[in-house]
Design a protein around this ligand. Structure first.
Ligand code: FAD
Ligand code: SIN
Length: 539
């Protein structure tokens, strides 16, 4: 583990075989698998453990549990995805997933067991009990712990904390690494690599209410977009139905597994309401539950709904959800006595940097994996507990492809050593809160043309304050990335004139055949956004 210490503002150049940007499940897993062929450097903009991965609760979906199969897991994934999942990607996720999970165990991750068998739990929209978990409800912390230890012990992997990627370095149309700064001291390092893997996570931090840590602000997507990569399905932002209704960021989560074990949702009049919206009631897909909550809150003028844990036996809560229970107790709630206030919160983005099934972005030597990438595996709505699995399956594939990259030609390495960095956008850091407010109010669970158009205009207005600098301050670069990615999400949501999965438009409430496709966005040479459609892949 290395941290930046120097305040020297000249640009240091570091040469590695593979650069991984991000230290969640996808990044650390990719680093371990890229490492068999030379040095790997992982950079991460906060502590190594500050990632969405570390906050994950419910578990990992794997058909390694009894009475299940990869095909059944695939069927549930496709059903949740509302017609937009790419079948080849889903087949890879569900068929390769169990093997990756076994490897994760061999790296030291421990999942809850009884009599030597994994305890498999059910979550919403799964037709089988297939979710393995750790310490009851702290699966992500266990995955992060195991992988952090594994990279620490790996002789070929170095992790550099508090180091933020500002831009990708391109020479002759190839990505040959990234320019980075130390978030504490401003130290500047150009990392030259034969292959670069973006694993920068999602976009929850673009929203005022989110379960994600603030590092999830879309940096990787903005950086890739500016380098010429394509983003896909960005309009599909998933809102988790049961974040604690409070002012904290991230909002503490009450895992979906609670509803899997019997917890029910009530409105503020104490009435159960989900059966009015979907036959699966509490176990309906996430987009349905969040939207039902939103409508119920609006109907009653309420700020929250209530999650009633009392249908679950007390001992079961203590045994299976110790961290959720502790979190509630710390905040003065007693779930054995009364229901807990919850509301939806931005949680996951189905879209991201478009890649093929080996994580390749279409830019030479650049790969992406995990939540920042879009393989088409989640379609318009992710099935619960498929995301950690995605990081393992596609992080492995990206690493395998990255390992095959040839050494950079000498002239490219020499050019990288002396090249002047192109300027990147920077905005005052107070812009970040304005973005969060706008996105939460108008680009959330329920959208319409007027609200989306207003946000497009407001974001364009904020963008006018942009200053371009080769080495902006870390937070100012983040604020500009937030505006860029928020604009992409909003423009995509406006372009898709239908409702499907996580996108619900009051002005276009129906699902349309003409929109049975992925929506892709890239930057034209003049900086404007270009849209195109990609058909959904079938097997
Ligand atoms: P992350 O884990 O978010 O890691 C991204 C990394 O990139 C971070 O280290 C960040 O610091 C770094 N980074 C970002 N920008 C830069 C930059 N510019 N320079 C350098 N580093 C950068 N999924 C499940 O499957 N099961 C669950 O039970 C589950 N529960 C969840 C509960 C919560 C509260 C949350 C928030 C998410 C949950 N999810 C769950 C979703 C899942 O955790 C994430 O989708 C997944 O962990 C993402 O992994 P990742 O490696 O792609 O990104
Ligand atoms: C949860 O535990 O409810 C989150 C699961 C997920 O996001 O996959």
């Amino acid at each position: 583990m290395a941290n930046c210490a120097s305040r020297d503002l000249s640009v240091a150049v570091t040469r590695v075989r593979c650069l991984v940007i991000g230290s969640g499940a996808a990044g650390l897993w990719a680093a371990l698998h890229a490492a068999n062929d030379g040095t790997v450097l992982v950079i991460t903009k906060d502590r190594v453990t500050e990632s969405s991965t570390n906050y994950a609760q419910g578990g990992i979906a794997t058909s390694a549990c009894p009475e299940d199969s990869p095909d059944l897991h695939a069927q549930d994934t496709l059903a949740a995805g509302a017609g937009l999942c790419d079948e080849p990607a889903v087949a890879i996720l569900t068929h390769e997933g169990p093997q990756r999970v076994m490897e994760l165990v061999s790296y030291g991750a421990q999942f809850d067991q009884v009599n030597g068998q994994w305890l498999c739990r059910r979550e919403a929209a799964h037709t089988r009990s297939r979710i393995i978990h750790a310490m009851g409800d702290a699966t992500g912390a266990e995955v992060q712990r195991a992988l952090t230890e594994a990279v620490r012990n790996h002789p070929e992997v170095t992790v550099r904390e508090f180091t933020q990627a500002l831009r990708l370095v391109l020479v002759n149309g190839e990505v040959i690494g990234a320019d980075t700064i130390c978030t504490a001291t401003g130290e500047r390092i150009r990392i030259v690599a034969d292959a670069t893997i973006l694993a920068t996570g999602g976009v929850g931090a673009l929203y005022k209410v989110t379960t994600n840590p603030l590092v999830a602000n879309g940096d990787g997507m903005a950086i890739a977009l500016r380098a010429g990569a394509t983003l896909e399905d960005m309009e599909f932002v998933q809102f988790h139905p049961t974040a604690l209704a409070c002012d904290e960021t991230p909002a503490p989560l009450l895992t979906e597994a609670l509803r899997g074990e019997g917890a029910i949702l009530l409105n503020t009049h104490g009435e159960r309401f989900l059966d009015r919206y979907h036959p699966m009631a509490e176990l309906a897909p996430r987009d349905v539950v969040s939207r039902a909550e939103f409508l119920e809150m609006e109907r009653l003028g309420a700020e929250w709904c209530l999650l009633d844990l009392r249908p679950i036996p007390e001992e079961q809560i203590r045994a299976n959800f110790p961290h959720v229970l502790q979190m509630l107790t710390d905040r003065g709630f007693n779930p054995f006595e009364s229901p807990v206030p919850v509301r939806p919160a931005a949680h996951f983005v189905m879209g991201g940097i478009a890649t093929d099934l080996d994580g390749w972005t279409g830019l030479r030597r650049l790969y992406a994996a995990g939540e920042c990438a879009c393989t088409g595996v989640h379609g318009a709505n992710r099935l619960a507990s498929n995301s950690l699995l995605e990081g393992l399956v596609f992080g492995y594939r990206a690493a395998r492809a990255a390992r095959r990259e040839a050494l950079l030609p000498l002239d490219a390495v020499e050019a990288a050593g002396s090249m002047e960095p192109p300027a990147v956008p920077a905005l005052p850091s107070d812009v970040a809160d304005q973005v969060r407010e706008l996105m939460w109010k108008r680009v959330g669970i329920v959208r319409n043309s007027d609200g989306l158009s207003a946000v497009v205009d407001e974001l364009a207005h904020l963008w006018q304050r942009t200053e371009w600098s080769p080495w902006p301050a870390a937070q100012e670069a983040e604020a500009a990335n937030m505006v860029e990615v928020a604009s992409v999400i909003t423009r995509a949501a406006l372009a898709r004139e239908e409702s499907r999965g996580a996108q619900y438009r009051t002005d276009f409430p129906e699902t349309k055949d003409e929109w049975h496709c992925h929506l892709r966005i890239r930057k034209a040479p003049d900086g404007s956004l270009e849209f195109s459609r990609r058909p959904v892949a079938r097997r």
